[in-house]
Design a protein around this ligand. Structure first.
Ligand SMILES: Nc1ncnc2c1ncn2[C@@H]1O[C@H](COP(=O)(O)OP(=O)(O)OP(=O)(O)O)[C@@H](O)[C@H]1O
Length: 535
């Protein structure tokens, strides 16, 4: 088995202990939610959700973008107040709603969000103990020695020998997750509590995932319950014991044993229909158009020298390990980060990235669909229609009027192509779920028919159905003459849509793969087995 494949972290966790036996009283669920509902402005987005998790269980919460997963988590964590009528119990004790953060802490409910909420410049000790520092009795000063001891004990329990004085910025991604977990679980007995990982694995590169899964299994083996919110169906199948699926705000199935599911069955559970990821290179073959896009000598961050030649109509993938420069590349090419290098689009004058900004690239026909959609891609306080049509007003509108029909039509096209939910042109983007925001962003840039489209991990945070729609739209954009550069570590995505894949090593293109591509061939070229050393 490949040391870095998802399977390397994939042996299922031991099953949690039985809920009750003939000679022992029934053990209450570690976490139980009963009939939790949430209504925003008259719209019920979660409707009487009920589920329970046993001590020692790893439970998955799955569902399409906008199905209500985050809303359910936010009701349990007290970020949102549930509609009247529901109940949250931990170890059989009522904890809300309303939920008080202090009560959650006492009951051992801990939440690890995708961004982890750590301060990179502070030490492990400072991050873990913030708000809970031990103080000296007489002076009230922070007692670093006691803090350090408390942190060391917590890491012992997690099986990780982390130095409490190390800066968080210097840690591996999986170690950072451990710091977030340690902060959540400190001062608590081993085996107690519930840890909710809300799409946390998105913060972790592929090569560090096995270590993260091992930590989850260790927590569960000690009796802690784990709730894993995830769009990654392979991860759900590999790591969890049971699954709860939400669809349109309702629990459609709960407590389904993962052992009874395969990827197709889990996809049906999420989507309510089949959702196979086709090989789009075969179904939508390349239609190369005349012209060339030449990228030369791009450098910045860990990227030392990236050059590529792309033909309009071609989808070229770029991949690499976390330290290859891949995470920096799209932002450099899109002039979002300071960069050197040049991009020449067909016969237009080359854009010098050293002096260029986003408007220069847009004028040259280059569009970047960034990862950080809130900071770089979307105006969160505007509506879907305003976001989708804003970049095109100058082309489609008129000096005196902006036109309404084309704006409605193009917004409807995006809403339908990507199945954005809710399907409302006037929905404020901030109120959409994360995955639905991603779909709006993709549609917004595809409508502009760019000459070069740079995609930065476009399927992160999207459900299995939207992922297929996004990859389909990518291939279609290429067929209409756009040159596409897809920067991604998702080997299934790359294999499904790319005509070629460039592999970055140490900031330079080290290998080039051509069709036929498979996830395995891309993985092997990215992490050659001889290199070994899985995390
Ligand atoms: N503050 C809010 N105001 C109005 N509607 C909201 C608000 N927060 C969430 N919603 C709506 O509630 C629904 C459920 O959103 P939620 O974020 O729970 O989905 P999700 O399953 O977590 O999606 P994703 O997988 O994309 O993160 C969506 O239709 C969303 O637009």
């Amino acid at each position: 088995m490949h040391p870095l494949s998802t399977e390397s972290g994939a042996s299922p966790a031991p099953r949690p202990g039985p809920h009750h036996t003939a000679d022992r009283p029934a053990v209450p669920a570690r976490l139980e939610v009963r009939d939790l509902s949430k209504t925003f402005a008259g719209v019920t987005v979660l409707d009487r959700a009920t589920m329970s998790i046993a001590p020692g269980e790893i439970h998955a919460l799955v569902g399409q973008n906008g199905s209500g997963k985050s809303t359910l988590i936010k009701l349990v964590s007290g970020v949102h107040r549930a509609d009247p009528g529901g109940e949250i119990l931990v170890d059989g004790e009522h904890v809300g709603p309303p939920v008080h953060p202090r009560r959650l802490f006492e009951q051992g409910l801990a939440f690890v969000h995708q961004d982890l909420g750590l301060v990179p410049d502070l030490s492990v000790r400072e991050n873990v103990r913030v708000g809970r520092h031990a103080t000296r009795r007489l002076t009230g000063w922070i007692d670093r020695r006691r803090d350090r001891e408390a942190v060391r004990r917590t890491f012992e329990f997690l099986g990780l020998p982390l130095d409490p004085d190390a800066k968080v910025a210097s840690l591996q991604p999986s170690e950072r997750v451990a710091v977030a977990v340690a902060r959540a679980l400190q001062d608590r007995e081993a085996g107690s509590g519930v840890v909710v990982f809300d799409e946390s694995s998105r913060a972790i590169p592929r090569e560090s995932l096995p270590a993260f899964y091992d930590m989850i299994r260790l927590l569960a083996s000690q009796g802690t319950a784990v709730l894993l919110v995830s769009h990654n169906l392979k991860e759900v199948l590999a790591v969890t014991h049971r699954v709860t699926a939400l669809r349109n705000g309702r629990v459609v199935e709960t407590g389904v044993p993962t052992a009874d599911l395969d990827e197709a069955a889990l996809t049906r559970l999420v989507l309510g229909r089949e959702g196979r990821l086709d090989n789009l290179v075969a179904t939508l073959p390349a239609r190369l158009a005349p012209g060339t896009i030449q990228i030369d000598g791009v450098a910045g961050g860990r990227v030392r020298d990236f050059s590529a030649r792309i033909t309009p109509g071609e989808v070229v993938g770029v991949t690499g390990a976390i330290d290859s420069g891949l995470p920096d590349l799209a932002a450099l090419l899109g002039a979002v980060r300071p960069a050197e290098g040049r991009i020449a689009v067909e016969d237009r004058p080359a854009v010098d990235l050293a002096g260029a900004g986003v408007p220069d690239l847009m004028a040259a026909g280059v569009a970047l669909i960034p990862q950080d959609r809130a900071a770089q891609g979307l105006a969160l306080s505007l509506t879907v229609e305003e976001n989708v049509t804003a970049p095109h007003l100058m082309n489609r509108g008129h000096v005196w009027w902006t036109g309404r029909k084309w704006r409605h039509d193009e917004t409807d096209y995006v809403l339908d192509t990507f199945e954005v939910r809710p399907r409302q042109r006037d929905a404020v983007v901030a109120t959409l779920s994360g995955g639905n925001q991603q779909k709006v962003l993709m549609g917004k840039w595809l409508l502009g028919r760019p000459r070069l489209l740079i995609l930065d991990d476009p399927t992160q945070a999207v459900d299995v159905g939207a992922r297929s729609a996004i990859l389909h739209a990518t291939r279609q954009a290429a067929q209409q003459g756009t040159a596409v550069l897809l920067c991604s570590s998702e080997v299934e995505d790359l294999a499904a849509v790319c005509d070629r894949v460039l592999v970055l090593v140490d900031g330079e293109v080290a290998r080039e793969l051509v069709v036929p591509l498979t996830p395995e061939s891309i993985l092997d070229a990215t992490f050659p087995p001889a290199a070994g050393g899985a995390a």
